[in-house]
Design a protein around this ligand. Structure first.
Ligand SMILES: NC(=O)c1ccc[n+]([C@@H]2O[C@H](COP(=O)([O-])OP(=O)(O)OC[C@H]3O[C@@H](n4cnc5c(N)ncnc54)[C@H](OP(=O)(O)O)[C@@H]3O)[C@@H](O)[C@H]2O)c1
Length: 326
């Protein structure tokens, strides 16, 4: 089959369309003819050799797909040949065919295109896990989402609104309007002064209950300033750096704070399948009513995968970058 291969660990120019062995589904898996996959930052790290795939996962890039079931393993009961499905993968999405454990596959809503469905799994599962399972966000609470216009951020804004929270985001200036249009109550240009001052001004000095952060090191002190009593900080990436030089831990005690970190890819399939089921049970009615939508910035043909990676690494996207697999 055709697949995107990494010639040598390195830049986007290392990505080439080539030949790779078609995967064989086991009895609990579906073989899917991939129509669309979507980019994640993890792909850019894996391409550089900095994020090896989990044991037993396909070495090919690609953490999510939408496509049509070509073959269903003998134990599969929910899907059959010809069904449109989408879902999260441990790897292998940048290919003509991918295998997905049946418990990880979701039925594609009729109103979505393949490109839209491929834009859902990774970011909505990550945002749901962070907001609901880790931070236990409650209706009426306030949440601050950093990188509000990122894939995870745009999913997080919509899920947090559906959970009836008040939503603040940070993003670069040209992305603020998009965050407000998705439902954020306040969008802060983090390059125009200290975001914590604006968070505290907007919340009458109270701060927020939950922060979902991808920047980490340089934001840590400011995040702690923004959290109110019993606040929860969830760290999902270290885009700004992984170190905090000097931090007074007594602040955590005084405000009774929880600081958590997580990666979705390292979770067991059982955990991911339960998360998939719960997120979709919650979000499906909202997708069907149009209250929540996949946010697709750009669809690239998969022959243009190098350009798509460059586009992500230049921080140009609002929402997801999708590859059409032809
Ligand atoms: N832990 C997990 O389970 C998990 C799961 C999925 C994703 N992630 C991570 O979450 C992050 C977001 O993923 P994504 O796919 O949604 O990303 P994305 O769509 O590529 O968006 C990332 C955005 O973050 C902002 N940004 C980048 N570097 C920054 C910096 N140093 N300081 C401030 N803002 C910065 C940029 O937006 P602006 O223009 O607004 O600056 C950029 O467009 C990635 O780091 C990804 O690896 C973690």
């Amino acid at each position: 089959m055709k697949a995107i291969l990494v010639k040598e660990p390195g830049g986007p120019e290392q990505l080439v369309l080539g030949e790779y062995a078609k995967p064989l589904p086991n009895s609990d898996e579906l073989l899917v003819r991939v129509h669309a996959t979507a980019l994640n930052r993890a792909d850019t790290l894996q391409r550089q050799g900095k994020y090896p795939p989990p044991k037993d996962a396909s070495p090919l890039l690609g953490l999510e797909v939408a496509g049509i079931v070509e073959e269903a393993g003998s134990n599969c009961t929910r899907f059959k040949k010809g069904d449109n499905v989408f879902g999260l993968l441990p790897g292998g999405g940048y290919a003509e065919y991918a295998v997905i454990h049946e418990s990880m596959a979701l039925p594609m809503p009729a109103h979505l295109t393949m490109e839209e469905a491929a834009a859902i799994p990774e970011v909505f599962l990550t945002a749901y896990q962070a907001l609901v399972w880790l931070a236990r966000l409650q209706a009426g609470e306030r949440v601050l989402l950093h990188a509000g216009a990122s894939g995870v951020g745009t999913a997080g804004i919509q899920l947090a609104r559906a959970l009836q929270a008040e939503v603040l985001v940070t993003a670069s200036e040209q992305k603020l309007e998009a965050c407000l249009a998705l439902g954020a109550h306040k969008a802060i240009d983090y390059k125009a002064g200290a975001f914590e001052d604006k968070v505290l001004a907007f919340t009458d000095g109270e701060g927020v209950d939950v922060i979902i952060d991808f920047i980490a090191g340089p934001y840590f002190d400011s995040n702690i300033e923004c959290l109110r009593l019993d606040g929860r900080l969830v760290l999902l990436a270290t885009l700004g750096g992984g170190k905090v030089e000097a931090f007074d831990l007594r602040k955590l005690l005084a405000k009774r704070l929880h600081v958590m970190g997580s990666t979705l890819r390292s979770r067991t399939r059982g955990y991911q399948a339960k998360l998939t089921e719960e997120m979709w049970t919650f979000a499906r009615p909202h997708f069907e009513s149009g209250r929540i939508k996949p946010v697709v910035d750009t669809v690239f043909d998969w022959q243009e995968v190098a350009a798509a990676h460059r586009y992500m690494e230049q921080n140009k996207n609002i929402g997801k970058i999708v590859l059409r697999v032809s």
